[in-house]
Design a binder for this molecule. Structure first.
Ligand SMILES: Cc1ncc(C[n+]2csc(CCOP(=O)(O)OP(=O)(O)O)c2C)c(N)n1
Ligand SMILES: [Mg+2]
Length: 347
């Protein structure tokens, strides 16, 4: 168990460092287009994906860099995709919102809200036809639950007992619109009962709770007992994308989350550096895990410091790889199209 906890802490630190560096690279003009970052939500992606088996499929949204990283897509290939370079996991032709890695069954980030549902259903249907003990993990935001595809897909999944775990990352906002202003039913998990689907709401800032709930749900899903839905309550510390300052959120609300302490400060404290006592009571998810590992004697201050060094080095190498990777050329696009002409099937 302690090994798992250490891996989850390491991945959350990597997630935070990767995304903060991506923000810097965007500001310097090395990443174009839209860039949706994950700080604040790390416990969800890390907790869920550490409960996944290699045979499970992942379908995600445009806020998916961390999902890809935790799934094992090399950080250099993720950063190079953000840079639009040939070494990217989609050959530099997808960009931030369209990460893809067939080998790791990471079946895409998708830019359209609600687009993930039918894709997940299609893959799950293929699994069900073959009677395989595999699951599809379908990530979506709270803003996607009013799309028709959500309801159509939940209905089909329940009706045909498809092996899907629907994972709602409820960060309470659909860009600038707070959930009570965009949803008649703000508790996402309650919607699943319309399709007689088991569903739970979990604290998405607590990686252990996320992992435990995901493990239990996935075991049921893989066993052929039909789909389940998990709603994780979380919060994004940044704006919706790099183009959004997030000014619409009441300061008191943002401060309530900020006061819980920055996870990187918490990590530093665990490494023996000065740290305010109040933040030790932090509800912050990365800090909570670091504290628990320290308290239980699984991770020394030196161990945590070494982990931080390794993560910083990994991110630096990812950026160097991306910067050195060439731009894709037209022949690369043509070669990618050939794959469809040959009627290659993905699954
Ligand atoms: C069909 C569709 N409508 C509108 C948009 C524009 N859009 C991009 S992100 C977004 C908000 C989605 O919010 P949520 O699902 O809660 O995800 P979050 O960004 O909070 O992770 C919207 C409306 C879109 N991409 N697709
Ligand atoms: Mg949202």
């Amino acid at each position: 168990m302690s090994d798992l906890l250490k891996k989850m802490l390491r991945d959350m630190l990597l997630a935070r460092a990767f995304e903060e560096r991506a923000a810097e690279e965007y500001t310097q003009g090395n990443i174009g287009g839209f860039l949706h970052l994950y700080p604040g939500e790390e416990a969800v992606g890390v907790g869920v994906l550490h409960a996944a088996e290699p045979a499970d499929y992942i379908v995600s949204t445009y806020r998916e860099h961390v999902h890809a990283l935790v799934r094992g897509v090399p950080p250099g290939a993720v950063m190079a995709e953000l840079f639009g370079r040939k070494g990217g996991c989609s050959g530099g032709m997808g960009g931030s919102m369209h990460l893809f890695d067939r080998e790791r069954r990471f079946m895409g980030g998708y830019a359209i809200v609600g687009e993930t549902f039918p894709v997940a259903i299609g893959i799950a249907y293929a699994i069900a036809l073959r009677e395989l003990p595999e699951a599809v993990i379908c990530f979506f935001g709270d803003g996607a639950v009013n799309q028709g595809t959500f309801h159509e897909s939940l209905n089909m999944a329940a009706l045909w007992k498809l092996p899907v775990l629907f994972v709602c990352e409820n960060n309470h906002y659909q860009i600038g619109t707070e959930i009570h202003r965009h949803s008649a039913v703000a508790e996402v998990y309650k919607r699943a009962c319309a399709y007689r689907m088991p569903a739970r709401r979990i604290d998405g800032m607590d990686v252990l709770a996320v992992h435990q709930a995901s493990r239990e749900a996935l075991a049921q899903v893989r066993a052929g007992n039909g789909p389940q839905l998990l709603e994780f309550e979380t919060y994004r510390f940044r704006g919706h994308s790099m183009a959004d300052s997030g000014n619409y959120r009441p300061r008191v609300e943002v401060r309530a989350y900020e006061d819980k302490g920055d996870p990187l400060d918490v990590a530093m404290a665990e490494a023996g550096m000065d740290y305010p006592a109040a933040a030790r009571q932090s509800g912050d998810h990365i800090g909570r895990l670091a504290e628990q590992l320290g308290r239980d004697g699984h991770l020394s201050a030196e161990g945590l410091a070494a982990m931080k060094v390794e993560v910083a080095d990994t991110v630096a190498k990812a950026v160097a790889f991306a910067a050195d990777s060439p731009q894709p050329v037209m022949a690369d696009a043509e070669a990618a199209l050939d794959c469809n002409r040959n009627r290659e099937v993905l699954i």
